[in-house]
Design a protein around this ligand. Structure first.
Ligand code: PMP
Length: 507
């Protein structure tokens, strides 16, 4: 009879067809003798049963991940069943369901966002919810999502060819814009990711100085090339990975770590390894252990030490370049590094990064010199057009002043929200970057950042998400403000933070 009705087939794939779960068997009905009405009822009952089981499982998971709270204090979860369904499907094919680890929400629990589209300061998920986005593709989108000028530049370029595999005027034009903006950068090489740029800059520094050791700072992140995966920030900090398996000891031993903002530690590494350190690499404003600005004299100090010791100073401005100022952090702090690593904003949301610096160093790179580095898609015309559409918009009068004022207002709002809720916390601010740490002590380095109460951060993150505010799903990342955020967006974020802090405090 009705056993092979479409609704049953759709609800239960082959293995379940023609059988009843114990729940239905107890009602002593057999499928062979069901009328269409009974089949429909049975179908509805089964769906209800499945839903109940799903709810119980979900509640158990939420309680286990610590995100379930007293319903009177906390806003209900948004229904993100479609996101959940898609993420579960993705997990079968993509490692952890993601293409980059922090996107999996491991540090904060719950279903990761699955995005349908984005516009301005808003992300829209596949369940139709809207979020004010304070991640902005991890800082790449200083103009917000789908800026009309960038969109039309990309679509125009798409019809003229997406990759030439040969030189085009576009990369020369973007190269000139970068060398004009960042005074220490006299020559530049385009690559496709910050990882590639930092890795290549280190190779070049080693070749130029004919030394092997590199000094980096705990909690800074310079991409995932082998030598940088020790005591690194960003996703490694989030997942608690202090050193990645797969990196041979021989490579790891060439990287020396010092605490950020600790000049004495840098001095002592140079004393222990005289004439062996090729370069010191630093995020001038650290943003991958959360935001940690340099202490007064720190950047000047490492410039003086590296000059004295004939080692190179590499600024990793993947986040700070064209964000803290058009000329990057080096322009704000008036430091002249030997090499600079860039990414994110210079590609306007497409995969572009670059390394550059003093002519006499850059001339060591092939084809001018023997240091080899190449890339099939490097200088890609689509990506160059996106960068070229972005940079002039950052030069409009008061662009950075407005961006920084908005961010300062947000930081002030978050500080008063912390005070009102009587929650211990710190807001570190630099330009349009900020991080709220859940600790009573100032955060000046990675050890301080790790004192932050990450369980509390996870609860705060979830409460903000329920209120339509998306901040990075990790304590060790920056919050990014873009030109697309309005004053009203900032007010909404502050109001949401007030409610969220009150809610987690009531816990
Ligand atoms: N350096 C810094 C300072 C970064 O923040 C990042 C990534 N967030 C990288 C390098 C690596 O860039 P990518 O993810 O493009 O490889």
């Amino acid at each position: 009879m009705g056993l092979k009705s479409r609704s049953l087939e759709n609800t239960f794939p082959t293995p379940l067809q023609g059988q009843c779960s114990p729940f239905y068997r107890r009602q002593s009905v057999s499928f062979e003798y069901l009328s269409p009405r009974q089949v429909k009822r049975c179908d509805a009952l089964r769906q209800l049963h499945l839903r109940l089981v799903f709810c119980v499982l979900k509640m158990a998971l939420l309680m286990a991940s610590g995100t379930m709270k007293n319903p009177k204090d906390s806003k209900p979860e948004k229904d993100r069943s479609r996101s959940s369904e898609i993420f579960e499907r993705g997990k079968k094919t993509l490692v952890g369901g993601v293409s980059s680890p922090v996107r999996a929400f491991r540090a904060v629990g719950g279903t990761p966002l699955v995005i349908d589209h984005a516009k301005g300061a808003r992300l829209f998920d596949v369940d139709g919810h809207e979020y004010i986005d304070f991640v902005c593709s991890w800082g790449a989108l200083i103009l917000g999502h789908a800026d009309p000028d960038i969109v039309s530049a990309i679509s125009d370029q798409a019809s003229r060819g997406t990759s030439f595999g040969m030189t085009s005027p576009l990369e020369i034009e973007l190269g000139e814009k970068i060398t004009n903006a960042i005074t220490s950068v006299e020559m530049v090489r385009f690559v496709n990711s910050g990882t590639e740029a930092a890795m290549s800059a280190v190779r070049l520094a080693r070749a130029f100085t004919q030394r092997d050791l590199i000094v980096k700072f705990e909690g800074c992140y310079h991409g995932h090339s082998d030598g940088f995966l020790s005591e690194a920030g960003s996703g490694l900090a989030t997942l608690g990975i202090s050193a990645s398996p797969g990196v041979p000891d021989a490579f790891a031993s060439l990287t020396l770590n010092a605490p950020f903002n600790d000049l004495e530690a840098v001095e002592s590494l140079f004393k222990q390894h005289p004439g062996q350190i090729a370069a010191v690499i630093v995020e001038p404003v650290a943003a991958n252990m959360g935001v940690v600005p340099p202490a007064a004299g720190f950047l000047e100090g490492i410039r003086a030490i590296t000059t004295r010791e004939k080692a190179l100073l590499i600024f990793d401005e993947v986040i700070t370049g064209f964000r803290l100022a058009y000329g990057g952090a080096q322009n704000v702090y008036k430091i002249d590094p030997d090499l600079t690593v860039m990414g994110k904003i210079i590609g306007g949301g497409l995969p572009v990064a670059a390394y550059g610096g003093k002519r006499k160093i850059m001339e060591q790179v092939a084809p001018l010199g023997p240091v080899y580095q190449a890339g099939t898609l490097s200088g890609n015309p689509l990506a160059m057009r996106a960068g070229l559409a972005t940079l002039p918009k950052l030069q409009t009068p008061k662009f950075y002043e407005d961006l920084n004022n908005k961010t300062k207002r947000l930081a002030d709002g978050l500080r008063s929200a912390l005070r009102e809720a009587n929650v211990q916390g710190q807001v570190n601010l630099s330009g349009s970057l900020l991080t709220m740490f859940f600790t009573g002590q100032p955060v000046r380095n990675y050890a301080d950042a790790k004192q932050s109460n990450s369980a509390r951060f996870a609860m705060f993150f979830q409460e903000m998400l329920k209120r339509g505010i998306f901040i990075a799903p990790s304590q060790y990342e920056a919050l990014f403000v873009s030109a697309a955020h309005t004053d009203a967006d900032i007010d909404r974020a502050i109001a949401a933070a007030r409610e969220s802090l009150a809610s987690i405090q009531a816990d």
